[in-house]
Design a protein. Structure first.
Length: 160
């Protein structure tokens, strides 16, 4: 048996899941993964990303379904998805993106109580043999470096 050490995962395993909504907490606290806090929308980095630059765009309002947003909130949410993709294109130069919502546990929502879009930058060849054969994902840049590269661009954004 081969052992792959992933000491950063212990934070996820031991994390107190009863401390409230991670998105609401990010809005009310200063943390090192929140890129943008707007009146209606926020952008945070995924703490356990699929690839570098995996972002989560969520409404500031704690809701779980699109039909709970009014037209202005929906427009702001989609606008922030678009702006986030633009920043990722500028900074990380991906070849494409996976963008979507996981609505409900059965659909893969890890945090189903607070609606959020996933934006996953993709590059040709970003799936390597480790992912295919060993169920291991290699993320080449430390999350703090990615944050530091993206943050100045999000600081320039303004609300609708």
């Amino acid at each position: 048996m081969k052992t792959v050490w992933a000491p950063w995962r212990i934070e996820y395993i031991l994390d107190n899941k009863n401390e409230g909504c991670v998105f609401c907490n990010a809005l009310s606290k200063n943390d090192d993964l929140t890129l943008f806090k707007g009146v209606l929308t926020m952008v945070v980095m995924n703490k356990f990303p699929y690839t570098n630059g995996h972002l989560l765009v969520a409404p500031a309002k704690h809701i779980s379904a699109l039909d709970e947003l009014d037209k202005k909130e929906k427009a702001d949410l989609l606008d922030m998805v678009d702006k986030s993709i633009g920043i990722l294109k500028l900074v990380m130069k991906p070849d494409g993106f996976n963008v979507g919502l996981n609505l409900g546990k059965v659909a893969g929502a890890g945090i189903e109580e607070h609606l959020h879009f996933h934006i996953v930058p993709r590059w040709f060849g970003d799936i390597n043999a480790l992912t295919v054969f060993a169920d291991i994902r290699v993320i080449p840049e430390h999350i703090k470096s990615t944050y530091n590269n993206l943050k100045p661009h999000f600081e320039k954004l303004t609300d609708l």
